[in-house]
Design a binder for this molecule. Structure first.
Ligand SMILES: Cc1ncc(COP(=O)(O)O)c(C=O)c1O
Length: 464
């Protein structure tokens, strides 16, 4: 498969179609792409939902025994097959040994948060000691902001992107309020220009130039949940540092999806969830990163017994013997059942390797983009159309493409669900479609397009 140095996926796809003398729009092309895909076997490592078990399929329209078209990894990744075994091991160990489960392999409960540091570290470009699995995403965002958001009257603002995921916005606003600032003044949001869908990097840089000295923390999403836009994390981090701000990234939609180099970019802190591209199950443990240059910044936030150094934790001291860096943010003893779920997925990432996933993603999402543009951007007045609002520039996106439609979104969603497509819609007006290179095929994308064509024809006939 192609390397990511090529910037236009259509060029690569067209050249493969030409070499095989097939039409890029044909099912044969999807078949050839799947046959050439070195990652195709990873699909079998996941339990892929069937049409028959999904609640919204119309059993008259689909074969219940066939796999659905799952394009929702941006929201919830699929279950790795090994998850059952790893969780069962923990339940059995607990059942058979009671409290000894704290000390017995695999994943001894008292040490299970040591697992994943290397594997997660590789996915976010960080030293293992700068990364930990703990809590959930919003909790981690608060814990990190408690430390890094130290507002003064001169520098008290927080910058995030406009239309950020509500939890992030609530977190920033409540942090500002907690410190005695008016959130409407303290939290600045940068929006797309009128009639544009995504935020221009130059507008972020301009805002930093103008307001940077008043900004305490820049804390944006690495990949925007609604539009799928990937921000230039390295450039923005540098520009914000030049103005003296701390920089944190919410990597919920970025981890396992795009290249991340937290140490190289000199990011101050980051956090993420593990249930989207990381496939660890709903509400599973979050991840957190603190740059090792802040290792001694450990006195100005909340502590619990798990913030204590591992070596002295069970001395039960009156004063916390605070661990270095990110480990000092841990409060509670970790849940091995959840770490077992994260492990099932991290092992697959270790085998598949992020660089290979990125190569496939470039083509798979590019293929989706090409088919959508070809089939659904008709110039005819009454023909339903789909518009992609995610950037065309492949350096500014990951797996996800977000669409708006000229026809009612809800109706289209309902009809494609009936036919076995799993994807989601987000208010006010976007459908998110995400082919994930670990378990999606070119055939899935092809099938999605066929179903969408059928549904568009139906909408047109019914005059929706
Ligand atoms: C960008 C972003 N931030 C925060 C959250 C909230 O996550 P949690 O409920 O794990 O705290 C989500 C959940 O999807 C998200 O996508």
């Amino acid at each position: 498969m192609a390397t990511t140095t090529e910037v236009n996926p259509l060029k690569v796809l067209s050249s493969i179609a030409y070499q095989h003398d097939v039409d890029i729009l044909s099912p044969e092309f999807a078949k050839i792409m799947d046959e050439m895909d070195p990652l195709r076997h990873f699909r079998e490592r996941f339990t892929y939902p069937k049409n028959g078990t999904l609640p919204n399929t119309d059993k008259k329209l689909v074969d219940p025994n066939e796999e659905c078209v799952y394009l929702c990894g941006n929201s919830l990744g699929l279950k790795p097959r090994t998850a059952d075994t790893y969780v069962q091991q923990q339940l059995d160990k607990w059942a058979e040994t009671g409290v000894e489960t704290h000390f017995l392999e695999p994943l001894p409960a008292s040490r299970c948060d040591q697992y994943g540091k290397e594997e997660m570290g590789r996915l976010v470009g960080a030293k293992p000691s700068s990364v930990t699995l703990m809590n959930g995403l919003t909790v981690n965002l608060h814990l990190l902001l408690m430390s890094f958001y130290q507002p003064t009257n001169a520098r008290y603002k927080i910058l995030l992107e406009g239309h950020a995921f509500p939890s992030d916005r609530y977190a920033m606003r409540s942090q500002a309020k907690l410190r005695g600032f008016d959130p409407d003044d303290a939290v600045i949001e940068v929006y797309p220009r009128p009639n544009e869908h995504t935020i221009r990097t130059e507008d972020i840089l301009k805002l930093l130039e103008q307001e940077g000295e008043k900004i305490a923390v820049v804390c944006m999403s690495g990949v925007q949940y609604y539009t799928g836009q990937k921000f230039d994390m390295g450039l923005i981090t540098k520009a914000a540092h030049d103005k003296g701000c701390f920089v944190g990234w919410d990597l919920a939609h970025a981890v396992g999806n795009v290249e991340i180099r937290l140490d190289d970019w000199d990011v101050d802190f980051a956090c993420w969830c593990t249930y989207k591209y990381m496939n660890s199950g709903p509400g599973c443990l979050g991840g957190a990163y603190v740059n090792s240059k802040h290792n001694k910044r450990n006195t100005d936030h909340l502590h619990g017994w798990w913030s204590n150094k591992e070596t002295t934790r069970f001395e039960m001291r009156d004063e916390c013997d605070v661990a270095d860096g990110v480990d000092s943010f841990r409060l509670c003893n970790p849940p091995p059942i959840l770490v077992a779920l994260a492990k099932a997925s991290l092992e697959i990432f270790e085998e598949a390797k992020m660089e290979n996933l990125l190569k496939k993603q470039f083509l798979l999402t590019g293929y989706l983009e090409h088919l959508v543009k070809t089939h659904f951007s008709s110039g005819q007045l009454d023909a339903p159309t789909a518009t992609i609002i995610t950037p065309e520039d492949t350096t500014q996106r990951g797996c996800q493409l977000s669409f708006t439609f000229s026809f009612p979104l809800k109706q289209i969603h309902k009809e494609i669900q009936k036919r076995g497509v799993v994807c989601d819609v987000r208010l006010p007006n976007a459908m998110r479609i995400t082919p994930v290179p670990l378990y999606n095929s070119f055939r899935d994308v092809y099938n999605f397009i066929k179903i969408l064509q059928e549904v568009f024809a139906l909408c047109k006939t019914e005059g929706a």
